[in-house]
Design a protein around this ligand. Structure first.
Ligand SMILES: [Zn+2]
Length: 345
């Protein structure tokens, strides 16, 4: 399409606007230039094509501050967000808000912070959700992390912090078996109104980012079990699942796999492989070493919170296999373990 521009006539403010308007698809308005177009630029399209790069230089000279663009939304795209990570802050509301929003030697943030009404430092009479980082931007909440094949979860996740003063002393044991967390940590309950607000928030987030599949709703401990224990064993994962958020297993599958594990020797290598296939960062060593105990402990706090020693046992394996059976049955078959009640397509 050829078109003689009227740039410089006063009707169009910028040479670039005229140039791109000569195309067939012009959908985006362009920031105006601060000065009128020089007379030499008011030429035909042929001339404009010839000057090519000079247009950009001219843009700078005439004061254009923004490059124009043509917007053609592609059908082939999705949200960059496909994980959701839940944390506790380990501190009261006020220091949590400061830590998540102000500069420091160890800067951290999250997309959302949910307080609790029984916190003396929380200044409002009703529960409000604090939005700290836009969902389009990257918050610094996950740190070094891994879930299935995804590493650096900050790039692909929404992070939610819950005000909760649970915390642990450091675990520097050199013995073969890790110290029980009960001896190192103090875990605090989550009030029901705080969890209600969280469920409502996550339902909204998942509606905006439908690529967040149930298995990709995780706790910080799930994706960084060597460093983190949050949101801890008091966090009501099963209640979230009942509200349509995150995975859980069927009891009938657990009974089936308890039988299956009981009839077979407890195979630590295969149990570690099953945890890894579900998403947990664990090295398949065949040994209940420290890294295995930390990862298994994170799994147990999530799916068997009344007993989280970190040692792989028959119930832990049965729950892992039940989850794989429900959410990733094809991967279960790669372990040469039977599926249960899965309808084949
Ligand atoms: Zn955390």
């Amino acid at each position: 399409m050829t078109q003689t521009t009227n740039a410089g006539s006063g009707a169009e403010p910028c040479i670039l606007r005229s140039f791109f308007k000569s195309g067939t698809t012009y959908t985006q308005s362009v920031h105006s230039c601060s000065q009128p177009l020089p007379a030499g630029a008011a030429a035909s399209m042929n001339h404009i094509k010839r000057v090519g790069k000079a247009v950009l230089t001219l843009m700078l000279l005439t004061g254009c501050s923004t490059l124009p663009f043509i917007e053609v939304p592609s059908e082939n795209q999705n949200s960059r967000v496909n994980h959701l990570v839940i944390h506790f802050t380990s501190e009261a509301f006020d220091p949590s808000l400061k830590a998540l929003t102000q500069t420091s030697d160890r800067p951290v943030s999250a997309h959302y912070l949910i307080p609790r009404l029984d916190d003396d430092t929380y200044p409002y009479p009703t529960l409000k959700i604090f939005k700290l980082v836009s969902e389009a931007d990257r918050a610094w909440h996950a740190g070094e992390s891994q879930w299935f094949r995804e590493t650096a979860l900050n790039d692909r996740s929404i992070g939610i912090e819950l005000v909760n003063r649970s915390g642990c002393a450091s675990d520097a044991t050199l013995s073969k078996q890790l110290k029980p967390l009960a001896a190192l940590c103090r875990f605090e309950d989550y009030p029901s109104d705080q969890i209600g607000a969280l469920i409502q928030l996550i339902q909204d987030i998942i509606a905006r980012h439908p690529d967040i599949s149930p298995v990709n709703v995780v706790g910080h401990a799930d994706i960084a079990p060597d460093r983190k224990v949050d949101p801890g064993p008091q966090f009501p994962w099963q209640a979230l699942h009942q509200a349509g958020i995150g995975p859980w297993y069927f009891e009938r599958d657990k009974a089936f796999y308890l039988d299956w594990v009981t009839g077979n020797t407890l195979d630590i290598t295969r149990a570690q492989s099953a945890l890894a296939l579900f998403g947990y960062p664990i090295d398949v060593t065949g040994e209940q070493d420290h890294q295995s105990q930390r990862t298994t402990r994170a799994f147990q706090m999530h799916y068997r919170p009344n007993d989280f020693t970190g040692l792989i046992d028959t119930e832990t394996v049965a729950i892992t296999l039940s989850l794989l059976n429900r959410y990733k049955p094809m991967l279960l078959e790669t372990l040469q373990i039977p599926t249960h009640g899965v309808k084949k397509p």
